[in-house]
Design a protein around this ligand. Structure first.
Ligand SMILES: C[S@@+](CC[C@H](N)C(=O)[O-])C[C@H]1O[C@@H](n2cnc3c(N)ncnc32)[C@H](O)[C@@H]1O
Length: 207
């Protein structure tokens, strides 16, 4: 993630670019009111924007990284947002990552799935299904393979770079992600093609 920093508020150009397209999908699938947990909030640009747009919701940011959590809190303080809690430490690769968290109506995760292993993805989904109220939804955004195929030169290069760093990480196949979600009772409501060859997936807890 390319990031610049001013007064503790980090800024990632990509988060500025994809924000409005993500907002359009969220507008259709967020609940009218309730609690939203964001996994991997990063700089905090996304959640601080969505909290201003969807003011009836309470927003809980989180990240594994201390500096990024400080950035999220800096954005919250700078914008004087009252519907965002302080960012929490959440590592979706940890066993029992949901144990200390309150149940929520909506979980969102942007641009993390390709950076974690299959095992960590399953650990994330298992926890997310436990954490959601019945009929709660999960939103996952990022780059994916379609039917096992990397669909652009840029995706091929990014996936290869990730695998060179760690052979366990890299792009997931969208069909496998959907199957895994279903295995945890999360039924896909929408699979939306997004700008720059990304996909936004929305699934709902049905049992
Ligand atoms: C590519 S950035 C995406 C940040 C933000 N969602 C966005 O789209 O701008 C990935 C983020 O995932 C966080 N992260 C990495 N591993 C994680 C884990 N196991 N659990 C939770 N967050 C993690 C990183 O600290 C980083 O903030």
């Amino acid at each position: 993630m390319q990031v610049t920093e001013e007064d503790g508020q980090m800024f990632a150009p990509a988060a500025g670019r994809n924000r409005d397209a993500i907002e359009a999908v969220l507008a259709e699938y967020l609940p009218k009111e309730g609690n939203v947990l964001e996994i991997a909030s990063g700089t905090g640009q996304h959640i601080s924007h969505f909290a201003q747009k969807f003011t009836n919701l309470n927003w809980q940011p989180s990240d594994i990284d201390t500096k990024r959590r400080a950035s999220v809190d800096a954005w919250r303080d700078y914008l004087k947002l009252e519907n965002i809690s302080a960012a929490r430490h959440v590592d979706i690769a940890a066993k029992g990552w949901v144990d200390e968290l309150d149940r929520v109506d909506f979980i969102m995760m942007v641009n993390l799935l390709h950076l974690i292993s299959q095992t960590d993805m399953v650990n994330f989904m298992c926890g997310a299904a436990d954490l959601l109220h019945k009929d709660g939804r999960i939103f996952i955004y990022g780059p994916f393979m379609r039917e096992g195929v990397l669909t652009s030169d840029g995706d091929e290069k990014f996936h290869a770079d990730l695998q060179a760093q760690n052979s366990l990480i890299g792009y997931k196949n969208i069909e496998d992600v959907i199957d895994n979600l279903l295995g945890f009772g999360l039924e896909v409501k929408a699979c939306v093609e997004m700008p720059a060859n990304n996909i936004a997936l929305v699934a709902q807890l049905v049992n």
